[in-house]
Design a protein around this ligand. Structure first.
Ligand code: 13P
Ligand code: SF4
Length: 314
């Protein structure tokens, strides 16, 4: 095993030699974010993958994100440094389950959160991410039934924001976000009553927090945002204290960009074990050996791409 700085230097050299780009999600370990060419949320990473002129993409995130990059860039090689980096939410629905669900609602439009496998995307009409789920849903004619999957907390949030009554929501959840409850918010607000609340829509507390905010129960404002939305909001807000309800990897960029502000994680142990599987050593090995290539069969890819492109067009 090499020292951290040695990995840094070697990764930079290999990246140049191979015309590679490193994309990292906001939940990645700090040292991975620091060597990445681009760090962002699911939507920004899809756009970065689609727009890069590199030959090789090393995707530091979870498998469905790397798969999305592979779907959008068939002419490039997409690598994931650890094939075990999955997602509990993406595993919450299988292709068979979706086929059965669709057969019960043959006229419905299927909107799949980006946290799904390529197979699920291929069976969907639209893809969405946490930053555009409301917009995508609003773009569907109001009289059309919607099947929204797989996150029930994001689904309830979207139904609340759009006022849609004809939305069926799959009962899936992310094990990291589902555990963030309104009780945690109360506990945190007792200690930090003047902090603004930033909540990821996958959190179990999203709709109850919005309800209480609407009732005037908080001193400061409450915002439901994607990870990138949270980072941007924290920089532009005049507040100097924020309670952050999402995976704690996000605090690295927030603190770097706002050294004078204070960020309190809603839960210190909100850690996505899958995101943390990516290490500098594995990124180095990935570049050196050109592993592990993310492949999506052509037939699945072309149908999944349609759902993603419909999203990007909205
Ligand atoms: P973002 O698209 O907001 O980064 O969320 C992705 C994710 O996996 C949240 O758990
Ligand atoms: Fe999936 Fe949850 Fe990890 Fe996000 S935090 S990648 S939804 S397991």
């Amino acid at each position: 095993m090499l020292e951290m700085e040695n990995y840094d230097a070697r990764i930079k050299t290999l990246k140049k030699e191979l015309n590679a780009v490193i994309l990292a999600h906001n939940y990645q370990n700090p040292e991975i974010q620091d060597i990445a060419d681009f760090v962002g949320d699911s939507l920004a990473l899809s756009r970065a993958a689609a727009g890069t002129d590199a030959d090789l993409i090393v995707f530091c995130g979870v498998h469905f994100m790397a798969e999305t990059a592979a779907i959008l860039c068939p002419e490039k090689t997409v690598l994931i440094p650890d094939t075990q980096a999955g997602c509990s939410l993406a595993s919450a629905i299988s292709a068979d389950e979706l086929i059965r669900w669709k057969s019960k609602h043959p006229e419905a439009v299927v909107i799949s959160y980006v946290n799904t496998t390529a197979e699920i995307k291929a069976l969907s009409d639209y893809c969405c991410t946490s930053s555009n789920a409301v917009e995508i849903t609003n773009s569907i004619p109001v009289d059309k039934e919607i099947l929204f999957l797989p996150d029930m907390f994001l689904g309830s949030y979207v139904a609340r924001q759009t006022g849609r009554k004809n939305m069926h929501i799959w009962p899936g959840e992310c094990h990291v976000h589902a555990g963030m409850t309104f009780r945690d918010i109360n506990r945190c607000l007792d200690a930090e009553s003047n902090a603004e609340l930033l909540i990821h829509p996958e959190c179990g507390c999203t709709t109850s927090a919005l309800y209480h905010y609407g009732e005037g129960d908080f001193n400061k404002s409450c915002h439901v945002l994607s990870t990138e939305g949270m980072i941007k909001y924290a920089s532009s807000s005049h507040s100097n204290k924020f309670i952050v309800a999402t995976e704690i990897g996000i605090l690295h960029r927030m603190k770097n960009q706002n050294p004078d502000k204070t960020f309190v994680p809603l839960k210190e142990d909100a850690i996505c074990k899958y995101m943390k599987m990516i290490t500098l050593e594995k990124v180095y090995y990935s570049l050196r050996k050109k592993v592990y290539v993310v492949n999506v069969p052509d037939k699945v890819r072309s149908r999944a791409r349609l759902a993603i492109e419909r999203m990007l067009a909205v």
